[in-house]
Design a protein around this ligand. Structure first.
Ligand code: FE2
Ligand code: FE2
Length: 274
């Protein structure tokens, strides 16, 4: 059982955000903006999957993980809301979210299926978010910004992703979900996640007028493949999920705990929804 606190972020998302808020660079800005666009639909799906999985547990097991499930739902619901405000600014900048509606259509195909499929997809996505979150928490300089609101938002979100990374996985196991399907879905989710991230990032760069600039591609190379680049640093933890004895708690979550302990002035703790 992980104790999950729901936190309200003390960041005012009313004022517009700079066009290249991330280090003044087009590529990382477009990349993070793409991820943000996926969250309202994606995180609603995670909430629904976990809620449905929870309903399938016998009453004694429900009692044991009720608080954690409520905490998970509260955290993801807060992320959705804050990223919704962030995404409104992106829309005003002329960016077009195609990822959200596409994911929504795809996820609807799962309606009426065994709830363990949705949970396996959620657990796979949660692994993705947890390893990216850990990378970000270890490399906060990637979020260098003239507007500190966004660095705070991403590091708060990352810390909570790191904190609740086991919830969907544990529920899947509690419902006797097997490793074969867990790994099968992880491979599929990886393919979709990479393709969707790439498509939406390119789409954002195109609308930003930065797609065919040399500086954009130089930024891409160092952001993804540089010494502390995202792909270089996350490949190993990504692969761990393929092991039959994998559990999310085997991966380090100390940086998220440290960030939350040191930045208590950026949020207030609130109760989880009933
Ligand atoms: Fe989240
Ligand atoms: Fe999450």
């Amino acid at each position: 059982m992980t104790e999950l606190v729901v936190r309200r972020l003390l960041v005012d998302m009313q004022a517009p955000i700079p066009r290249h808020w991330c280090g003044g660079e087009a590529f990382p800005t477009a990349f993070f903006n793409a991820l943000s666009m996926s969250f309202p639909v994606g995180e609603q799906f995670f909430i629904d999957s976990v809620r449905n999985g929870f309903k399938g547990l016998p009453p004694d097991q429900q009692e044991r993980c009720r608080a954690e499930v409520q905490g998970f739902i509260g955290q993801e619901a807060t992320h959705r809301r804050v990223h919704g405000l962030y995404n409104e600014h992106l829309e005003k900048q002329g960016l077009v979210n195609e990822w959200g509606p596409r994911a929504d259509r795809r996820l609807k195909l799962l309606e009426g299926q065994d709830p363990r499929h949705a949970l396996a997809i959620t657990a796979a996505n949660e692994h993705f978010t947890a390893i990216m979150a850990n990378w970000l928490l270890h490399n906060p300089g990637q979020l260098a910004s003239e507007d500190s609101r966004l660095a705070t938002l991403w590091l708060w979100h990352s810390s909570e992703e790191s904190e609740h990374k086991s919830t969907a996985f544990d529920l899947y196991q509690a419902l006797n979900g097997n490793d074969e399907w867990r790994i099968k879905w992880f491979r599929r989710v990886t393919a979709y996640f990479l393709a969707d991230t790439l498509r939406q990032t390119m789409n954002n760069l195109r609308h930003d007028g930065a797609l065919w600039k040399w500086r954009t591609w130089k930024g891409l190379a160092s952001f993804l493949f540089g010494k502390r680049g995202l792909i270089r640093m996350t490949y190993k933890p990504w692969r761990e999920y393929l092991r039959r004895d994998f559990h999310p708690s085997q991966q380090d979550a100390s940086e998220g705990r440290r960030w939350l302990a040191e930045h208590g002035d950026r949020y207030t703790a609130v109760g989880a929804p009933a």
